[in-house]
Design a protein around this ligand. Structure first.
Ligand SMILES: [Zn+2]
Length: 79
């Protein structure tokens, strides 16, 4: 389990998006909302969508998650 955070302000690296980071990520911004403890970044990104409509997983600490976001949300709606 790891702590995850979402950027309060919109990201510079992903314009218009609120980026999600794991606690240990060197790119975690100074102003964040604590999302909770999650087993994987997919769940953290899903939680972040409850705060902001435009979220994106950090490409450094959440490798692979950003690609699967739409897929994950579709799965969550189906279940
Ligand atoms: Zn990160």
């Amino acid at each position: 389990m790891a702590k995850y955070y979402v950027n309060i302000t919109k990201s510079h690296t992903s314009p218009g998006k609120h980026d999600v980071h794991e606690e240990r990520c060197p790119y975690t911004p100074p102003h964040t909302v604590f999302l909770g403890f999650f087993n994987n970044c997919e769940m953290a990104v899903f939680q972040a969508t409850k705060f902001y409509s435009d979220v994106e997983a950090c490409t450094i600490c959440c490798t692979g998650c950003s690609k699967n976001k739409e897929e994950l949300m579709a799965t969550e709606k189906a279940s």
